[in-house]
Design a protein around this ligand. Structure first.
Ligand SMILES: C[S@@+](CC[C@H](N)C(=O)[O-])C[C@H]1O[C@@H](n2cnc3c(N)ncnc32)[C@H](O)[C@@H]1O
Length: 251
């Protein structure tokens, strides 16, 4: 993987190790498996080659491979790719796993669809880097290929965001979440404080938040066409009730 001098929060492998149990619960794997058909319908790729950018432990990669797609999963975090390999092996799914930063991975005209799921877009302190990622996605698609980007939408956050919430998790631990919007309503800073068996761990991360129009504008700026916005994987419109912002666009 290309070495960068600037380290950002997502470069901390310990973050992903510690977050794993509740970011990637068995329920989350089941949700992805149940959603794979809807995702495939929404992407409507003309062929079988799919790039799962920021695939993590392979929730969508494995589910799509089991549906007959030829999946390449790319992620920066070796720990998560190892988890993905193990799960794919258990599921009997053959997938190409690549450790790379999303700013670097490009394979020209190789894929029928590129997916970026579960708010894996918008991580960089330099917002130009997000455009680099979109350009990489466009380059990696075959002509007519589709990209699907699934993030938390700014409109939804504006409606429901509470500065502090707390919840009890099934294993008895307590999760306190603190959120702060900053940088002229363009970013969110999150602090998660997990107390388990008397031990407290704190995780901090921040990312850019996009409104539907802002994401559409960036996709069009890079050269995507036929941009559609949805509020869920059923393909419902992106509207006041939308809990997700899902952009689908063609090369
Ligand atoms: C919220 S997780 C989503 C994982 C997966 N898409 C899913 O739906 O389960 C975000 C993923 O982005 C990866 N990631 C973070 N920064 C990255 C970067 N700069 N390049 C590539 N992957 C990155 C993390 O390792 C993690 O797997």
């Amino acid at each position: 993987m290309t070495e960068r001098t600037k380290r950002e929060w997502f470069d901390d492998d310990a973050f992903w190790v510690e977050m794993y149990p509740f970011m990637f619960s068995e329920q989350r794997f089941a949700d992805a498996a149940a959603a794979a058909d809807k995702l495939a319908t929404l992407a409507n790729p003309r062929g079988k080659a799919i790039l799962d950018l920021c695939c993590g432990p392979g929730r969508f990669s494995i589910a799509l491979a089991q549906k007959g797609f030829a999946v390449t999963g790319v992620d920066r975090t070796a720990f998560l790719l190892d988890k993905a390999r193990v799960r794919a092996g258990r599921a009997g799914a053959t997938i190409e796993w690549i450790q790379a930063d999303m700013r670097d991975f490009v394979r020209p005209a190789a894929f029928d669809a590129v997916i970026s799921m579960f708010t894996s877009f918008g991580y960089f302190d330099d917002k130009q880097d997000d455009l680099t990622v979109l350009r990489n996605m466009l380059t990696s698609l075959k002509p007519g290929g589709t990209c699907v980007i699934d993030v938390v939408g700014k409109e939804w956050l504006a409606r429901v965001l509470q500065p502090t919430t707390s919840e009890s998790l099934p294993d008895g631990s307590v999760l306190l979440k603190r959120h702060e919007i900053f940088d002229d309503w363009t970013r969110i800073r999150n602090e998660l404080i997990l107390t388990r068996d008397g031990r407290t761990s704190t995780f901090k991360f921040h990312h850019t938040i996009y409104s539907g129009q802002e994401l559409r504008d960036r996709l069009e700026l890079i050269g995507f066409r036929d941009v559609r916005l949805h509020g869920n994987l059923n393909g419902d419109d992106y509207g006041p009730r939308a809990e997700r912002l899902i952009a689908v666009a063609r090369k």
